[in-house]
Design a protein around this ligand. Structure first.
Ligand code: G3P
Ligand code: CA
Length: 287
């Protein structure tokens, strides 16, 4: 039987709600996503929190007095979880690129960075698509991919959520490690132009050159079942090649209805979007 189509809400539903927040994930669930995409970081005391960047992003963050942080923002790895919880990430700073990019995004107050365990408790039917944000070109910004993977897995084990989790990353070191220590875990191999161009760095020694220039073949050689390419450079031929390899293709971040419809027509099995409302309108059979 064909797998049901996966609708992943990017950072919750970033186009509509504050990213990587509990209200944002609740909003995304209300719009019918089947999976919550999120980014994780570790605090100084080892707590897994949600953040796209390894810093408290000044474009999103107000201090306990309500003042916007100034760049570059403190590193999360230098702050303990109690300190992180005092900051407000409920709205985008006016005048920033993020504010211009997501003009419909709801602004809220008194919203803190959630912990992964809190998000795991939200909706037991939702897939948790958890992106390990580690950077082989900037190892100083985070713990090692193995340490981040261990911390995430510990939270999922404690929550009984391993079976509905998918760990995704551009940095394939963490995915290789997880495949070794927990072979049953669902893994998604993210790619974009930058990491493909520097694949030996991002893919732990592997490269498309080793596979006739084929990225999907490189994913399959890792033992991967899910490929998460940047939709902007994805081709129909790649989607078809991935299908012959048995890969589920999950392009990101697809925000225009015409692109969604085209990719579905090509045969992708999942979409990650900032606008789940737009996606539901084009996914065949969506309620
Ligand atoms: O799901 C992959 C996608 O989230 C990657 O982009 O930068 O938003 O984490 P980014
Ligand atoms: Ca992400």
């Amino acid at each position: 039987m064909a797998q049901p189509f996966e609708l992943h809400g990017h950072r919750g539903a970033r186009g509509l709600f504050p990213e990587n927040t509990i209200p944002g994930f609740r909003g995304a669930l209300g719009l019918g996503v089947t999976a919550l995409e999120m980014d994780v970081a570790l605090t100084a005391d080892g707590v897994v929190v949600l953040s796209h960047d390894p810093i408290l992003d000044p474009a999103l963050t107000r201090d306990p007095e309500g003042c916007w942080l100034e760049p570059p923002g403190p590193m999360l790895r230098d702050l303990d979880a109690a300190t992180v919880a005092r900051f407000d990430v409920g709205r985008v700073r006016p005048g920033t690129a993020q504010a211009a990019a997501f003009p419909e995004q709801l602004g809220l107050d008194h919203v803190r960075l959630p912990r992964l365990d809190e998000v795991a408790a939200l909706e037991p039917r939702a897939m948790l698509a958890i992106e390990l944000k580690t950077f082989p070109d900037h190892p100083d910004r985070t713990v090692s991919p193995e340490a981040m993977a261990d911390a995430v897995l510990a939270v999922l084990d404690a929550a009984g959520a391993v079976g509905r989790a998918r760990i995704i990353s551009f940095d394939w070191r963490g995915l290789r490690y997880l495949r070794r220590i927990r072979p049953s875990l669902s893994l998604g191999y993210l790619t974009d132009a930058e990491t493909v161009a520097a694949a030996r760095l991002w893919w732990d020694g592997s490269s498309p050159e080793d596979f006739g220039g084929s990225v999907p073949r490189a994913v399959a050689a890792e033992g991967g079942a899910v490929w998460g390419p940047d939709h902007a450079t994805l081709t129909r031929a790649q989607v078809e090649e991935a299908a012959t390899l048995g890969l589920l293709v999950n392009p990101w971040t697809v925000n225009e209805a015409a692109d969604m419809a085209r990719l579905i027509d090509w045969g992708v099995g999942a979409l990650t979007t900032d606008y789940p409302d737009r996606a539901r309108a084009v996914i065949p059979g969506a309620p």
